[in-house]
Design a protein around this ligand. Structure first.
Ligand code: FES
Length: 550
């Protein structure tokens, strides 16, 4: 072992990995393929990368940072709990990783909303050999993968997980910057995406008893930066004017080119890209919503870390994108998590006491889990309720004077609204909505609303006649909550349609029917791209969109 390397032992399995001296443990673990929750990208803010240092090795690791003192408190630090992103070691040491810290792929409760033609299962001819495929929606924050039966046209199982690349930043611009700054970051980010997908595929195969060598094809969609990183292509041109991607065409890869080990033979394709900020994910979402039957004035919004908006007006598709940030996916939210078992997905507030009544996603209702955090739709729901109850002002300040008992105070003396007390959570940490969480949602909804408003204005219409809300976040969102906080323009509830993870559905559709590859290409070439970042009214509209509607 070279002199600048030390040995890290993972307990209880006693697995040894070699790490660089003084390297952050988070980075060392991720390099070794061990994926942790790191929602803030290693900045010490989210408190989710907790690890336990074994007693006898405390002397080998760096002293607690100011951030750890604040996030973990003295008692936790004394018990050996540390933040993996803040601690490094100078000699051999051992750690335990609490289960809540591990990024666990979880079978999603809701698959994508599928078109009728996708729902109607097929009957293959007798003797047809089994054949399976994988559809992947590679998001900046969340990766969703679907194992599909190619003969019967059915989805057998799906998983979703956090994108481990988040340690290089939580939005596409920080990933691009990471690649620009260090030449080895491109291959690291590529490997992370490949490892995470492989990990999801293996877990899908295990849960369905499908042998990985039965997987014959994979369709991957994502925003342009994610697809560049997956393909191992430098995305830096997307970050610089005129924001052009290095490639836009459909690409095809072998397993070894991507670095997959679960199969030698699987054929992998990525769908075409529209522009630097409009990727194959929104293209797949448009395909999955049967765009050939859209009425004029129909708008699709794919809500993720980047909000992508497509509008059909006078027979022509126009599209734009806006940087919503990861708040809608539960990342960058103090107690945020994605929409899996144990996540609070809806909140109601008792107007007499100010107390919250929370609904929690349960994968197995017979074996309910206590809440461990809140997902994006839960945060929107909580904020809408707080606003309706008068506990948030129009400009987004939490108001703790009416019901002081349901508010705590954070380290910066700012109020935080108590959703669930520590003794009723799975993590023994209270779940709250902080002032920073409210600000994150205001910024996200301001960006999205600006995108919708300016796209309508550029195409000469007042507002869309019908909206299709896509994205995992959209699967759980309550339409009324969304309208309450001003996420979308005021419109009849019947004209707001939740279509779930339409990008994933588009990838599945392409797995089942090859003709969608040509449809994707035609669509990518015909969509008019509108760049809002340079729009002269962007700043004004954005600023006025931050408040909650009167
Ligand atoms: S606190 Fe370590 S990644 Fe967020």
């Amino acid at each position: 072992m070279s002199q600048d390397k030390i040995e890290l032992t993972l307990l209880p399995e006693n697995r040894q990995i070699q790490v660089q001296k003084y390297q952050s443990i988070l980075e060392a673990l991720i390099n070794a393929g061990i994926l942790l929750r790191a929602d803030c990208g290693g900045k010490g803010k989210c408190g989710k990368c907790r690890i336990q240092i074994s007693d006898e090795y405390r002397g080998q690791v760096s002293l607690p940072t100011e951030t750890e003192n604040r996030s973990l408190g003295e008692k936790n630090l004394r018990s050996g709990l540390r933040l993996a992103c803040q601690v490094s070691a100078s000699g051999n040491f051992a750690i335990r990783i609490p289960t809540q810290t591990l990024l666990a792929p979880e079978v999603a409760q809701k698959g994508p909303t599928l078109l009728p033609e996708m729902r109607s299962a097929k009957k293959p001819a007798p003797g047809t050999p089994e054949a399976f495929g994988i559809a992947v929606d590679l998001g900046t924050t969340t990766i969703a993968a679907y194992l599909c039966d190619l003969n019967h046209h059915t989805v057998k199982a799906s998983v979703s997980m956090r994108n481990p690349q988040v340690i290089y930043g939580d939005d596409v611009m920080s990933r691009i910057t990471a690649v620009y700054q260090h030449e080895d970051h491109l291959s690291k980010l590529q490997k992370m995406a490949a490892n995470a997908i492989e990990w999801g595929v293996r877990s899908l195969c295990r849960s369905t008893d499908v042998a990985p060598d039965r997987l014959i094809k994979m369709v991957v969609v994502g925003n342009s930066t994610m697809i560049h990183l997956f393909a191992g292509e430098d995305p830096t041109s997307i970050g610089i004017y005129p924001y052009e991607p290095r490639f836009k065409e459909e690409r095809s890869f072998s397993a070894s080119e991507i670095g997959f080990n679960f199969s030698d033979t699987i054929n992998i394709i990525t769908l075409p890209l529209i522009s630097g900020f409009l990727g194959s994910d929104v293209l797949a979402a448009v395909l999955a919503t049967d765009h050939e039957r859209w009425d004029d004035g129909t708008m699709l919004i794919d809500v993720g870390t980047n909000g992508e908006v497509v509008l059909l007006d006078q027979g022509r598709f126009s599209a734009t994108s806006c940087a919503t940030g990861p708040a809608f996916e539960g990342a960058s939210i103090r107690h945020g998590m994605h929409a899996v078992s144990g996540a609070i997905d809806a909140v109601r507030i008792d107007t007499r006491t100010g107390k919250a009544i929370c609904s929690v996603i349960q994968k197995d209702p017979a074996n309910p889990r206590q809440p461990s955090g809140i997902c994006g739709s839960g945060v929107v729901s909580a904020i809408a309720e707080l606003y309706k109850t008068g506990l948030i002002s129009t400009d987004g300040r939490l108001l703790n004077n009416r019901f002081p008992d349901v508010f705590l105070c954070d380290d910066n003396e700012l109020p935080e609204y108590l959703l669930v007390t520590a003794e009723h959570t799975r993590t023994n940490r209270a779940v709250t909505i902080t002032q920073t969480d409210v600000r994150a949602i205001q910024l996200a909804k301001g960006a999205l609303y600006t995108g919708i408003h300016l796209l309508c204005r550029e195409t000469g219409i007042l507002k869309p006649s019908k909206m299709l809300i896509a994205g995992a976040f959209g699967s759980y969102i309550d339409k009324q909550d969304a309208l309450t906080i001003g996420l979308f323009p005021e419109m009849d509830m019947v004209d707001l349609n939740i279509v779930g993870n339409a990008a994933g559905a588009g990838a599945i559709l392409t797995l089942f029917d090859e003709t969608h590859r040509q449809k994707a290409l035609t669509l990518a070439q015909s969509i008019r791209v509108i760049d809002l970042a340079r729009h002269p009214d962007f700043q004004d509209v954005f600023m006025t969109s931050l408040s909650f509607p009167e």
